[in-house]
Design a protein around this ligand. Structure first.
Ligand code: CA
Length: 262
């Protein structure tokens, strides 16, 4: 199976700055979307810290013989521990940056990160940045938002459609850099050939309906074009927030499914 990816980030149509950040590292098989919070340039500092710290830690832990900086969770595989530790270290790095720069007190970041080894995908997230899995039949969200509305949906109090329009739809229940207890969600997936994994900030998922996201990815002749077209659709729908998307494609070794068409 061949793995490749494309990503794009965009300020959108309303915000002055882009507080999202992304990392696409095909060599490490590492893909990260971070959505900074806090405004006044602080959000982009937070999301930058997140992608840098995760990239660093994952690069340092390719080999398994290493003293672990945090508690090792024996209930999850090694890659899950790498991502979990990377997210927790980025959380600590934001807290430390705030200590040195108190004017950034309110900054934080959500994150969705994945490590890909062939058909095995390890995912970790905090907040409402999302991962979806797409195939020729449709798509499903594989992360559950750490948000107030997601809790209401899980408890049967709100429908997903009500959640999309709810005034509290942007209220997240945890973020990196808040200085409190952190409950990093880690999971492992097996993907099949021709499936695609989509990581995004809420500037995409909040502005474009799932069915439209799926249709755009299905129709695009390449992953790069799909990422571009998703950003353009979010902008066309109002672009109220920063928009970030990464699409990872899983291609048969002999396939040309995702190669650029003329
Ligand atoms: Ca956002």
């Amino acid at each position: 199976m061949r793995v490749h990816a494309a990503g794009q980030t965009d300020v959108g149509c309303v915000r002055k700055g882009n507080e999202d950040n992304l990392l696409v590292d095909n060599e490490l098989g590492l893909y990260v979307v971070a959505d900074g919070l806090g405004g006044h340039a602080a959000g982009e500092v937070a999301s930058q810290i997140v992608v840098e710290k995760i990239g660093q830690f994952i690069a340092q832990t390719v080999e398994q013989d290493r003293t672990w900086p945090l508690e090792y969770d024996v209930t999850i595989p090694y890659d899950g521990n790498r991502l979990k530790a990377a997210l927790m270290l980025s959380d600590q790095a934001i807290v430390e940056d705030i200590r040195n720069n108190p004017e950034r007190e309110s900054m934080g970041s959500t994150v969705v990160a994945c490590l890909v080894h062939g058909s095995r995908v390890t995912l970790a997230h905090v907040g409402d940045s999302r991962a979806y899995l797409l195939d020729s039949e449709g798509m499903r969200q594989v992360t559950r938002d750490h948000s107030w509305v997601a809790e209401q949906v899980a408890n049967g109090i709100l429908t997903p459609e009500e959640a999309r329009k709810h005034p509290f739809r942007n209220v997240i229940t945890q973020a990196l850099g808040n200085g409190g207890e952190l409950d990093v969600a880690v999971q492992e997936l097996q993907v099949r050939e021709l499936e695609r994994l989509l990581l995004c900030s809420d500037g995409l998922s909040g502005m474009v309906q799932d069915a439209d996201i799926w249709g755009i990815v299905q129709q695009a002749p390449s992953l790069q074009r799909a990422a571009h077209d998703l950003v353009e659709r979010a902008r066309a729908n109002g672009g109220e927030d920063n928009i970030t998307v990464i699409i990872v494609g899983f291609e048969p070794d002999d396939g040309s499914q995702f190669t650029e068409k003329p």
